[in-house]
Write a protein that binds this ligand. Structure first.
Ligand code: FAD
Length: 615
């Protein structure tokens, strides 16, 4: 019987980051998972990043996690979402080749020191009183450890639904974790059921691509990892098609046969990833919905139709899919399905993701009521670091709302819990102007070095980058100009007698680095990526003060009364979903509104502005 410092149960996105983090911290770590092949499997969409989620990938990467580098190795299309908006709300996203992602993750895990992968089912936790001491494998072997991290994803009590058909499974083709689920239910932990769904997979060679609009990737990719400097895999285009009134009729006529709508599933699903059944019911006035046809890999003939997840019977899926332009002759390789699974109410966890009721047991990923690879990976990192700290007798490591999206997520989960699968959005972060994807390394890597979870390659790359940045900032700060000098060089500036540094001028309209190149050509040595970074910082510094005052206003206005006749659906910018929740809940004060599940700081600012308008 081997004694480990940390045992991680589950080799999904949370489990891999947890095991790697514990290993980097110097702990002897076992990663126990059903199958060696589990590592790097994407259960649903072949993509990483996006709005809010891209921030999480960069933060995982900043702390030397695996997701960013593996996503860059697998990336077959890069797109920076919200490119036309400010950097704070831009979301780097990649479409990823499934096989390449698995290869990359398996290689990283194989090369990690101190991480053993064990192929087995964990059937029980070993307990001594209220403390976890290890796990039992396949009902007969015991592994001991000081800390155990549970990352069972959609497998805990997992049940798949395709129309009227249902069977136990962790995802299509994989067994569910039913024995462990029984033990956890028996321990009296606060648990519930959630659900999610996935679309049918299509044979690429049966799609009429010529009939469809294509969507190429970006020509100047925003990489997922701070260590990536070039595009690795060949890049491809996706295609776009749309549902139509005929598609909607077929879905509507068969709604009673959908597992999600026929009442077979008790769990709550993610409103942010609606199934085609949800879209047609909730947005009944729309006659068309967009579908992205995303090839699943360079050597794969499978295509993921993003936007039509479903739990209708297979024959109905075939009928509605064939009603869509370009898919008239399509072959379905695997029908879409829904899955329902157990989760633990994350309010039972502390900020280190340790269960308050059972010492030594940490939880991360879908088991905590979240959805998405990025949310899972980020929690895995937190749980792995803290499981390691416990094993080493060190104090827990905490992430705050002001330093990272990871901190926002952990705080949201542990303080508010979830009423539907939780996913990250930039609007959840009150400090989003300072928590940008581009500065995740500046916010977290130095902390990671202090904690001991950063490898030598990243530490060296980070120090080099910071030295270049700091010396560029210092040079720009040291060079300054009077209004007279600027005006005689042809720039418009008020005659206020104030000397302005080159750094300040970069942030002023009509200046930028182009002006500095002319005014101070001796500073021309600053590399392009450093220039881009400094430009973002300078532009944002002006807004940071506004961010601070908005947050202060929110805090001071918590007791403010909300009149009963306020019409939430009339507030511009407030999502339909939050407007519905507020209309139903009718909070009496701003503090009550803030506690509504899914409420965001950005939405509170909008409500507050409406109340002030009425004063
Ligand atoms: P998983 O990736 O599920 O990994 C769990 C791992 O634990 C597996 O490797 C499993 O083998 C292992 N395991 C479980 N129990 C045991 C045990 N007892 N012993 C040993 N090993 C065990 N995300 C989105 O963002 N949007 C979506 O629309 C979406 N739709 C989805 C649809 C479906 C049908 C599924 C299955 C998932 C979907 N997801 C979606 C969720 C996404 O797959 C997960 O959020 C993510 O994979 C969670 O990562 P995880 O590490 O928590 O769990």
């Amino acid at each position: 019987m081997k004694q480990y410092d940390v045992i991680v149960v589950g080799g999904g996105h949370a489990g891999v980051e947890a095991a790697l983090a514990a290993g980097r911290m110097g702990c002897a770590t076992a990663l126990v998972t059903f199958r060696q092949d589990d590592l790097g499997v994407m259960s649903c969409n072949p993509a990483f990043g996006g709005l809010g989620k891209g921030h999480l990938v960069r933060e995982i990467d900043a702390l030397d996690g695996a997701m960013g580098q593996a996503a860059d190795f697998a990336a077959i299309q890069y797109r920076l979402l919200n490119r036309s908006k400010g950097p704070a709300v831009q979301g780097p996203r990649v479409q990823a080749d499934r096989a390449r992602y698995r290869t990359a993750i398996s290689d990283i895990v194989a090369q990690a020191s101190r991480v053993d992968v064990i192929e087995a089912e964990v059937t029980a936790l070993s307990l001594t009183g209220q403390t976890v001491t290890g796990v039992q494998l396949n009902g007969d072997t015991t592994l001991n450890a000081t800390s155990v991290v549970l990352t069972t994803g959609t497998f805990l009590g997992g049940k798949v639904f395709i129309g009227e058909q249902t069977f136990p499974a962790g995802r299509m083709g994989n067994s569910a974790s039913t024995i462990l689920a029984q033990q956890l239910r028996g321990l009296g932990l606060p648990m519930g059921r959630l659900k999610t769904g996935t679309p049918p997979r299509l044979r690429g060679s049966s799609i009429d691509w010529a009939a469809l609009e294509t969507q190429p990737g970006d020509s100047d990719p925003a990489y997922m990892s701070f260590l990536t400097s070039r595009t690795i895999a060949p890049q491809i285009a996706c295609a776009i098609t749309h549902t139509n009134p005929r598609t909607h009729d077929i879905v509507r006529e068969n709604l009673s046969r959908s597992a999600m709508y026929g009442g077979q599933i008790e769990g709550v699903g993610p409103r942010y990833c609606p199934s085609i059944e949800d879209k047609i019911t909730r947005f009944a006035d729309k006659t068309s919905h967009q579908i992205f046809l995303e090839p699943e890999g360079l050597d794969s003939d499978t295509v993921y139709p993003n936007g039509i997840s479903t739990s209708l019977p297979a024959e109905v899926q075939a009928e509605y899919v064939k009603s869509i332009q370009g898919l008239e002759q399509v072959e379905i390789l695997q029908p879409g399905y829904a899955i329902e699974y157990d989760y633990i109410d994350p309010r039972a966890l502390d900020l280190s993701l340790q269960l308050s009721a059972l010492e030594g047991l940490f939880m991360a990923g879908q088991i905590n009521g979240t959805t998405g690879y990025e949310e899972a990976g980020a929690q895995g990192l937190v749980a792995g670091l803290n499981a390691a700290c416990r094993a080493q007798g060190r104090a827990p490591l905490q992430f705050g709302r002001a330093d990272s999206y990871i901190g926002v997520m952990i705080d949201d989960l542990t303080a508010r819990g979830v009423s539907e699968p939780y996913r990250m959005f930039t609007s959840r972060a009150e400090y989003r102007l300072s928590l940008r994807a581009d500065n995740a390394d500046q916010r977290l890597t130095a902390l990671g070095v202090q904690w001991g979870c950063i490898g030598p390659e990243r530490q060296a790359a980070f120090e080099k980058k910071m030295n270049t940045l700091e010396s560029a900032r210092a040079e720009l700060r040291a060079r300054s100009f009077t209004p007279g000098q600027l005006r005689s060089a042809g720039y418009k500036i008020s005659e206020d007698g104030v000397r302005r540094s080159a750094l300040e001028l970069i942030g002023l309209s009509g200046f930028g680095f182009e002006a500095i190149d002319v005014l101070a050509p001796e500073l021309g040595e600053i590399p392009q990526d450093t220039r881009e970074q400094i430009s973002k910082e300078v532009v944002y510094s002006a807004y940071l003060q506004r961010q601070e005052s908005q947050i202060a206003a929110l805090r001071s206005d918590e007791a403010r009364a909300i009149q009963d006749d306020i019409v939430y659906s009339d507030i511009n910018g407030l999502s339909r979903e939050l407007a519905d929740k507020l209309t139903r809940a009718r909070p009496k004060t701003m503090a009550q509104a803030a506690r509504i599940d899914g409420m965001t700081p950005a939405a509170l600012v909008l409500i507050l502005a409406r109340l002030k308008d009425r004063d």
